[in-house]
Design a binder for this molecule. Structure first.
Ligand code: TMP
Length: 398
């Protein structure tokens, strides 16, 4: 059942060179829920090679929060499962895998620029999309894996059936498949509709994953919640017949919570769509009021999320002067769709800024710490999560 239409959207990470904006690709971003499995997905998918290619710009290591997060996940995996042979699917710039020994870890990454980085670090890296063919090849070359790990990548994979089948093949019979992605329940509760953009082909609930994985010979034995990316679930999966890793009870708790929140009810999604529309009107009203008051508004973090918000709400350079972002590959470019200039924080986050929309609201803690001077001198952040509002005052109180 289709429930949401976020309108014409560009490729969220396809930043443009000024003067070269013709032929920009747009698609209609509609979202639906499969009422049988409760899986929430785009109605139509964007071809993967248009998003994940050799010019992909999102670096995991661009935020301290993510570097710290992956260091601690790696530590936990070693603590809970020992000195494992691990495969990472979607290794980006190596932020996670670099916590493992070179001879114990293999990377899979379709974006050539990132595959090059992990190869240079010394990790065997397969520069291709995850597939059944690759799983067979890897299992023959390296034997099956004790752990297969994937963060913010499984939700990018359009054909989940095929991806999970490939994981089943490459995983040792007593192995563990661990993956983490943004949580649908958190998205519904925070009204963070900007979790939805081209790359996120699905927004996972534990309920949907449990339904799907079950039919493929897998069993979820543990679910950890993490605040990363505005609220994610880390799912621990084993083969059904394996007697190692008995369920720890966390799956049942999450399923119950999602059930209480109406994760399988049509009405939940229709209500969410209404809240999204209200959020758009409120955000536009707030930005116009601030701008009409003679204030300068910029945006903080040229994120995929902000691409979604700006294109859905029709927010362009008339409202937001520019976006600041720490990623060198985004600086000097124009944001996808609405063409707001992107500059470095050094260049743009100065005393002339009155308000900054939090494109990277999921890093609020890190950002308020870093920008305490801005807040102390009366600067305010604007966010739409969980509701449209401004954030002012001492960093600790924001
Ligand atoms: P994400 O929300 O998709 O993870 O992207 C985060 C983006 O925000 C990334 O391009 C880096 C940028 N960023 C900043 O510019 N300043 C910051 O302080 C943080 C945490 C992120």
């Amino acid at each position: 059942m289709k429930f949401l239409d976020l309108g014409q959207q560009p490729i969220a990470n396809a930043f443009l060179t000024p003067g070269k904006c013709e032929n920009e690709f747009f698609y209609n971003l509609e979202v639906g829920v499969d009422l049988e499995t409760s899986l929430v997905s785009h109605v139509d998918f964007v071809p993967p090679s248009m998003m994940f290619n050799d010019t992909y710009v999102y670096h995991t290591s661009s935020s301290k929060t993510m570097v710290k997060h992956f260091r601690s996940v790696a530590k936990e995996i070693k603590r809970d499962f020992g000195d494992v042979k691990i495969l990472e699917i979607g290794s980006n710039d190596g932020t996670f895998i670099k916590n493992f020994d070179l001879d114990k870890a293999i990377a899979v990454e379709p974006c050539g620029n990132f595959a090059k980085l992990t190869t240079e670090m010394g990790y065997t890296t397969h520069n291709e999309f995850w597939s059944q063919k690759l799983a067979v090849q890897l299992a023959h070359r390296h034997n099956r894996f004790d752990v297969i790990y994937s963060a913010n990548c499984m939700c990018h994979i359009q054909d989940l059936d095929s991806a999970f089948r490939a994981i089943y093949y490459a995983l040792d019979d007593n192995g563990v498949f661990i993956f983490e992605d943004p949580s649908l329940l958190e998205m519904l509760e925070r009204n963070s509709y900007d979790q939805i953009y081209d790359e996120h082909a699905h927004i996972f609930s534990v309920t949907a994953l449990n339904n799907i994985l079950h039919t493929m010979g897998f069993e979820i034995f543990r679910v950890d919640k993490t605040p990363i990316h505005g609220g994610s679930n880390r799912i621990f999966v084993k083969k059904k017949h394996s007697i190692k890793n008995p369920p720890d009870g966390s799956l049942d708790i999450e399923l119950e919570q999602e059930d209480l929140a109406g994760i399988s009810d049509k009405q939940t999604y229709l209500d969410f769509a209404k809240r999204v529309e209200t959020s758009k009107h409120k955000l536009l009203e707030l930005l116009h009021d601030i701008k009409d008051g003679g204030n300068k508004i910029v945006s903080y973090g040229a994120t995929s999320k902000s691409t979604s918000v700006f294109n859905y709400c029709g927010i362009g350079p008339d409202l937001v002067d520019y976006i600041t972002d720490t990623t060198p590959d985004k600086q000097g470019k124009l944001s996808p769709g609405v063409h707001i200039p992107v500059v470095s924080p050094k260049e743009g986050f100065d005393d002339s800024v009155d308000y900054a929309f939090l494109g990277a609201w999921n890093f609020l803690e890190e950002i308020t710490k870093k920008e305490s001077k801005f807040l102390r001198r009366g600067g305010q952040f604007i966010t739409h999560v969980p509701e449209v509002r401004t954030l002012r005052g001492e960093p600790a109180n924001v």
